[in-house]
Design a protein around this ligand. Structure first.
Ligand SMILES: [Fe+2]
Ligand SMILES: [Fe+2]
Length: 344
């Protein structure tokens, strides 16, 4: 190659420092040099956690659901499922349609592409549970429309999503960028980091009493993915704020937490209108506030609910699926514990 054209091609090559979370000038089709090697590591970790819902036998749960659950427990179980399945579709649309297209570094988009797939996999998992347990699909999928306390959470998320869904949103505009960062914070820290993380808990409470163990195992695999989604999202937000020299309005952030808390309190009041053995609406709400403080800390922000206590210390254990767990032995040994969970 003549010297001049070699110099030209080097000049045009993407440099790591040209990459940015948004508003970057680098070549979006060129993976390396990495500016965000942690994003690539997340992608590798996510791929080490591959699983499908068909790998867990649901037969004991069919018996539990029909013969062992009380009416109150069935109410809790079905509504948790109804909320989660609608939520995961929303999560997929958020990351795939609103967030990913605005990223200007391919290593960020590649992890998010994996995340889109995982959200679809989670929807498949709920569908598998709904189908094998013989629940009325039409009724379960429509439930978020008819139960105001479930609908309110979905509506809150939809409101954030709709504000950033438009393609070609001008993120060089500071107000628009601020709106985008708030929406991303909501989805990563609240929607995934709290509402999902804490959303499986009522079913884990059943699992701890030997009930609905297969569904709970399915949820543990989902939760593991969600821990990484939340950790990745929070890291992207921190990077974005630093690169763009953007300070989020603390009142706007506190409002997000308070809206989320109000919606979660109403939701818990509905799904746990009567407590089940070992679990109640009060415990659910207290744990939400504790996890919210943790997410805020990960964002480098003050906790929105001072004094909130860890009332369910066993919940974090559910996120740390270990190979010595006595189920699904051959596959679980292939799973990587540790690295993928450090975000928690
Ligand atoms: Fe998900
Ligand atoms: Fe997620």
């Amino acid at each position: 190659m003549p010297l001049s054209s070699k110099a030209d091609s080097q000049q045009q090559a993407t440099r790591a420092e040209d990459k940015r979370v948004v508003n970057g000038r680098g070549d979006i089709n060129q993976l390396a040099p990495f500016r965000y090697p942690w994003a690539w590591e997340c992608f590798l970790s996510a791929n080490r956690n591959h699983w499908t819902p068909l790998e867990i036998s649901m037969s004991d749960d069919v018996h539990d659901y029909q013969q062992r659950l009380t009416e109150t427990e069935r109410h809790v179980f079905e509504n948790v499922l109804a909320y989660l399945t609608t939520s995961d579709i929303l999560a997929m649309r958020n990351i795939g349609l609103a967030v990913m297209e605005k990223m200007t570094a391919p290593e960020l988009q590649i992890y998010q592409a994996r995340q889109v797939y995982e959200e679809a996999l989670h929807t498949w998992t709920y569908q598998h549970c709904i189908e094998t347990l013989g629940l009325d699909q039409q009724e379960i999928y429509n439930r978020y429309r008819v139960v105001p306390e479930i609908h309110a959470k979905i509506a809150l998320a939809n409101k954030r999503l709709e504000r950033i869904l438009a393609p070609g949103l001008d993120l060089t505009n500071r107000d628009t960028l601020h709106e985008f960062a708030l929406a991303y914070l909501f989805f990563a820290a609240v929607f995934e980091g709290c509402w999902f993380y804490n959303g499986f808990t009522p079913v884990f409470a059943l699992q701890r009493r030997g009930l609905m163990k297969a569904t709970a195992q399915q949820f543990q695999y989902i939760m593991r993915d969600e821990v990484l989604h939340c950790g990745f999202g929070i890291r992207v937000i921190r990077q974005l704020l630093e690169e763009e020299n953007l300070q989020l309005d603390p009142r706007a952030v506190q409002e997000i937490w308070e809206e989320a808390d109000a919606a979660e309190t109403a939701y818990a009041g509905y799904i746990l209108r009567e407590p089940i053995l070992g679990y109640s609406a009060d415990l659910h709400c207290a744990q939400f506030r504790h996890i919210a403080n943790r997410r805020a800390g990960q964002l480098g922000m003050p906790g929105p609910f001072p004094g909130a206590e860890n009332v369910l210390p066993w919940l974090d254990e559910q996120a740390n699926l270990r190979k010595e767990k006595n189920f699904f032995e051959t596959r679980v040994t292939e799973y990587q514990a540790g690295g993928a969970l450090d975000w928690n």
